[in-house]
Design a protein around this ligand. Structure first.
Ligand code: BTX
Length: 234
């Protein structure tokens, strides 16, 4: 079923994800919270997400039949396809980031309450300034294209792609895994992944049906369910 989006616009909020979680149980699927600025935007594991004016900071309330960690890919795919609409080649850095020209342009943070709702937070640097301490590692659509973008057009594209990928995901989650594989540069690259039990280095070989990353260390093949990947040069 196609989701109907209903957007709540805020000027400022601590985190659109926290706001969306606070209203999720009584809100219909497809409720979207968008804020001009976040004062405490969050990444994973308590990290902060810089959210000055001009970026797209949004959280979408979804109510899938089953919670599934692979849903995070739906957000990343929507961003990559939006970038493509504006002529920007982006790729998915498993599991939840989108990179352009070697720098991070977007991140996805899914949270939720099992079997009740999922809040999918998407942060995309559109026209915003990148804070000085992130300039080595982060970029924006404006920096890539050298011009300001029509913010509402970007928002509408993200939501259109999100609706499409969410529908495909509900029909068959493997649709999404296949698409992620086509849009990631990790496969066959040398990577180091920091995960909950430690660190592992090797060649990224595949993204498996369950969404995990398969790494070949030279001695064994290891499945990593979730982690932070860095790609080694070469
Ligand atoms: P992550 O934990 O993978 O990435 C967080 C890291 O990314 C930070 O530690 C920092 O190094 C870097 N970073 C911080 N801000 C930015 C930025 N604006 N652009 C590029 N790199 C940055 C990724 O987490 C998931 C982020 C989700 C953000 C959205 S915004 C709407 C929603 N509300 C909310 O609080 N979070 C989500």
């Amino acid at each position: 079923m196609t989701v109907m989006w209903k957007i709540i616009h805020l000027d400022e909020v601590n985190s659109t994800n926290d706001y969306a979680k606070s209203i999720a149980e009584e809100s219909p699927e497809g409720t979207v919270v968008i804020a001009k600025r976040q004062t405490a935007g969050k990444g994973r594991k308590g990290r902060s997400w810089a959210s000055p004016q001009g970026g797209l900071w949004m959280s979408v309330i979804l109510k899938p039949e089953r919670t599934d960690p692979r849903l995070v890919f739906v957000g990343a795919l929507a961003v990559v396809d939006t970038l493509a609409d504006f002529g920007i080649r982006g790729w998915i850095k498993w599991p939840n980031d989108v990179w352009v020209e070697g720098k991070k342009i977007a991140g996805v943070l899914t949270e939720g309450k099992a079997e009740k709702f999922v809040v999918m937070g998407i942060g995309l640097n559109v026209n915003n300034e990148i804070p000085a301490d992130l300039r080595e590692t982060a970029t924006s659509m404006r920096a890539i294209l050298g011009k300001r973008l029509e913010f509402n057009e970007v928002t509408n594209r993200v939501l259109a792609h999100l609706g499409r990928w969410y529908k495909l995901f509900q029909e068959e989650p493997l649709n999404v895994i296949e698409a992620v594989k086509e849009r990631t540069l990790l496969i066959n690259r040398e990577v180091t992944v920091i995960h909950s039990d430690g660190e592992i280095s090797g060649t990224a070989v595949d993204i498996l049906e369950d969404g995990s990353l398969l790494i070949d260390t030279g001695e064994v093949r290891v499945r990593v369910v979730y982690g932070d990947v860095s790609v080694r040069p070469g």
